[in-house]
Write a protein that binds this ligand. Structure first.
Ligand code: DSN
Length: 420
């Protein structure tokens, strides 16, 4: 397959889509991605997603499919599974979830009955929609009880969480987060679950790559029943999901993914996941994971040096949440818009116990997986922290915005996007 020839063909066959693609590539090259759940995938992921595997239906599992012609799909799925179990020290892996939400849904639906109680983190305190937000279908099917981040400096307070578990007797305790800048104490979660007879699930979607790289704790090492992770965040793979579990849950989880919830897996995605898991086992990925944490410390420090207030005061992982109301007297949506103007892409975020609604929240979420994938280090994080504070203090001042935009362009031109 000649990629240049295919691009040329596309420019003629669908000029509108081609033009949007070129603009998006330019946006990604010239701007800087700071949304903590986004990343630049390994370059080889792109051709695999656009490969012949996209043509193939493969309902079922290796050796037990509903269609012929599976000799190559079986091989890549078996490789992906073996690489996943080795990398995460898991007894079983399912590599078919189409993305993060169906991945978590498959676990709940496979291990529980409708109406069962699940104890999970409140969305407004950093949990995820699939952790039982009332607007999600899961919130309607199961009975969610929520814990919050009431501990010292805004971390999880494990004593009231344990009390709630004793009172509510959940069937499943979920930990993991979309917007929590602190390490999770998996051993304590497991101890609480053991006491009340609950199963444990860690949704490590944000930090899956950091666990793979050996720089954050692995819940499976503490006896967790299930761990879920998306593959496109810190892991740098294709958009997708991965379920890792104890062998005793393998049958229920597999049946829940297919035929319970999904039809044919996206085998182009499975191929790219297999590649990702190989790359994530390398020494260079360990260095990358370490640098993500070092860069997060540097960015948090730069922001604090510019009098920015961070939720929980700092970070122990790849992300941080700015309190934009306290720091800049503006909501997170305004902050996101102002930073968009200088090509720093961030995302507005609800912060614990703040009254503002999700579309106009009081915070802004930033992370370092993507800048680190471009090769940026602590010096660049100091520049980014200063630029964020300067732009958000300048309001609509067009001279400052223009200078900042040029500085971002100068910075990003030195660090190409992998694969683009
Ligand atoms: N949407 C993801 C995030 O941004 O954290 C979670 O699924």
């Amino acid at each position: 397959m000649n990629l240049n020839q295919l691009r040329d063909d596309l420019s003629h066959s669908d000029p509108e889509i081609f033009a949007a693609l070129v603009r998006e590539e330019t946006r990604q090259r010239a701007g800087l991605e700071l949304v903590p759940s986004e990343n630049y995938c390994f370059p080889e992921v792109l051709p695999l997603l656009g490969s012949a595997f996209t043509n193939k239906y493969a309902e079922g599992y290796p050796g037990r499919r509903y269609y012929g012609g599976q000799e190559n799909t079986d091989e890549i799925e078996l490789l992906a599974r073996a690489r996943a179990t080795a990398l995460f020290r898991a007894e079983h892996a399912n590599v078919q979830p189409l993305s993060g939400s169906p991945m978590n849904q498959a676990v709940y639906l496979g291990l529980l009955n409708p109406g069962d109680t699940i104890l999970a983190m409140d969305l407004s305190h950093g949990g995820h929609l699939t952790h039982g937000a009332p607007v999600s279908h899961m919130g309607r099917i199961f009975r969610f009880v929520r814990y919050k981040t009431a501990g010292p400096e805004g971390g999880i307070d494990y004593a009231p969480l344990a009390d709630t578990a004793r009172q509510e007797r959940p069937k499943l305790i979920v930990c993991g987060h979309s917007s929590y800048p602190r390490e999770v104490n998996y051993a304590t979660f497991q101890a609480i679950a053991d006491e009340v007879g609950a199963l444990t699930m860690a949704d490590v979607s944000h930090v899956g790559g950091l666990i793979a790289g050996g720089v954050l704790d692995n819940p499976l090492d503490h006896g967790f029943d299930v761990m879920t992770t998306t593959t496109h965040k810190s892991l740098r793979g294709p958009r997708g999901g991965l379920i890792l579990c104890k062998a005793k849950h393998a049958k229920a989880i597999d049946a829940s993914v297919f035929p319970g919830l999904q039809g044919g897996p996206h085998m182009n995605q499975v191929a790219a996941t297999a590649l990702t898991l190989k790359r994530a086992a390398s020494d260079s990925f360990k260095s990358y994971a370490r640098q993500v944490l070092v860069n997060a410390q540097a960015l948090a420090q730069a922001l604090r040096d510019h009098q920015v207030t961070l939720v929980t005061g700092g970070t122990e992982n790849h992300l941080m949440v700015l309190d934009t109301v306290t720091s800049f007297d503006m909501d997170g949506a305004t902050a996101q818009r102002l930073l968009d103007r200088v090509a720093l892409t961030t995302n507005k975020q609800v912060i614990p116990d703040a009254p503002n609604p999700p579309m106009r929240p009081s915070g802004l979420r930033l992370g370092t997986p993507a800048p680190t994938a471009r090769g940026m280090g602590v010096a660049e994080m100091a520049i980014v922290g200063r630029l964020i504070a300067t732009v958000l203090r300048s309001g609509e001042n067009s001279d400052i915005v223009e200078r900042a935009r040029r500085e971002v362009e100068a910075l990003t031109s030195r660090f190409p996007v992998p694969g683009l």
